[in-house]
Design a protein around this ligand. Structure first.
Ligand code: UTP
Length: 409
């Protein structure tokens, strides 16, 4: 793109601030800025003009039936045999969503490279791979692993895996792909400059993972290998069970398009999104959308009826994903602290939120899957999220849970 083309585009879009320092740049800076402008994804304009309606009106929300731990235990042998057979037949692949920026944890670089060890190093990636390796050992085959990164952490992630010899996994079974980026804007909708030659861009949320995977040409690889199910999981849960044969078997035998691991809510106002039905479609209702009446509603056993809280571990049927991949999913607007070029020419991270980012969320994909199986897991065994350094969902709380599960730190 030439300067004149960029100017014409930005004038039309009302984003001329991006060229404010153009004349000060050297030739490579100019080329870098023009390329960045050419690559801007303008979908955010629509998201700003038509914000997602979060009010929940016009929804016909009702509880979703699911599988409790006791029901799973009763059929464990059957589920496990089905799951193991599917894994052995190469029908299951794993997809690690690791494109996030981990801002709350406050680390530079990939969150999975964070060392949670105490007496010896133990990286988040490494701990998760130990769990996957248990399945590999049990089934006698490797599960292909796809890792989503973003422009912000791709190089660091790939070199970290290489440096650590893929944590004992065959290199050929691990493939990386990058998610898309979206611009960040100030409160007037103007794209923020991070430096004089770089617009502020950030990963566009975890909802576009399958579209990004497809764009990276990985669907061919999936088909070549005969994969039918994709187990996606978040990088921040160190008790994550990946390609769990019992979960795989239960999902397959239930005939649904998606299985969703969930913790069972015991406290009405716990801050997790819960699986429910909207008419005859699966949906996820966020904790702030639950009315008091719904939050407190209990069944004949005294259990909360809106109770399956999702933990970002889903098993998706590949053919259904391919069917819905072109459907539009909502783009959410989130206020964040965005690193920006200050008046003195220095780039800083502000103390307070200074603008908006645009994110598609994996939960919105669930709604399109048509049918979902909520699958209860024992919270203390499978859910140790690391979002913060201390306090709730932190490195500290995850360490305690790891110890409880016999992991030596
Ligand atoms: P979070 O929503 O916790 O976001 O991600 P985050 O970026 O890791 O952390 P904060 O909000 O900046 O503190 C849940 C999962 O989704 C992935 C993350 O890597 C994590 O595994 N994710 C999130 C992506 O892959 N891409 C994104 O754009 C956002």
């Amino acid at each position: 793109m030439t300067y004149l083309q960029a100017k014409e585009l930005l004038e039309r879009k009302g984003q001329m601030q991006l060229l404010a320092y153009y004349d000060e740049l050297d030739e490579s800076g100019k080329a870098k800025l023009l390329a960045a402008i050419e690559n801007i994804n303008w979908d955010f304009e629509d998201a700003l003009a038509n914000p997602v309606d979060m009010s929940g009106k016009d929804r016909d929300i009702r509880p979703s039936p699911g599988l409790r731990v006791s029901a799973i235990e009763a059929k464990k042998a059957e589920y496990e045999a089905t799951g193991v057979a599917a894994i052995k037949a190469g029908k299951v692949a794993a997809v690690l969503l690791a494109g996030g920026m981990g801002t709350r944890l406050g680390v530079d670089g990939p969150k999975g490279a964070y060392d949670i060890g105490v007496t010896k190093p133990l990286y988040i990636f490494e701990q998760q791979m130990k769990n996957l390796l248990e399945v590999v050992e049990k089934c006698g085959v490797t599960v292909p692993l796809y890792i989503m990164t973003s422009d912000k952490n791709h190089e660091q992630t790939t070199s970290f895996w290489k440096e650590h010899n893929y944590f004992g996994y065959p290199e050929t079974e691990v493939k990386f792909f990058k998610q898309d980026m979206a611009p960040a804007v100030d409160y007037d909708g103007k794209i923020i400059l991070e430096t004089k030659d770089t617009p502020a861009l950030s990963p566009n949320g975890n909802g576009g993972w399958f579209a990004s995977m497809q764009r990276a040409g990985l669907c061919e690889d999936l088909h070549k290998r005969g994969v039918e199910w994709l187990n996606i999981y978040a990088v921040d849960n160190v008790l994550q069970r990946i390609a769990d044969p019992v979960f795989v078997g239960a999902t397959i035998l239930s005939g649904v398009n998606c299985g969703a691991k969930a913790i069972f809510k015991t406290e009405p106002h716990e801050k997790v999104g819960v699986l429910c039905m909207d008419g005859d479609q699966p949906d996820i209702i966020e904790y702030y959308e639950l009315t008091d009446e719904m939050a407190n509603q209990r069944d004949e056993n005294g259990d909360l009826v809106y109770s399956y809280g999702v933990i970002m571990n889903y098993l998706f049927r590949l053919t259904k994903l391919e069917e819905i991949v072109d459907k539009k999913i909502p783009v959410h607007i989130v206020e964040k602290k965005i690193e920006c070029l200050c008046a003195d020419g220095v780039t800083r991270k502000p103390e307070k939120e200074n603008g908006k980012k645009f994110e598609a969320l994996a939960v919105d994909l669930i709604k399109l899957m048509g049918s979902v199986l909520p699958y209860e897991v024992v919270r203390e065994k499978e859910f140790a999220p690391i979002k913060n350094k201390t306090g709730v969902d932190s490195v500290e709380s995850a360490r305690e849970l790891l110890k409880l599960n016999g992991v030596t730190l």
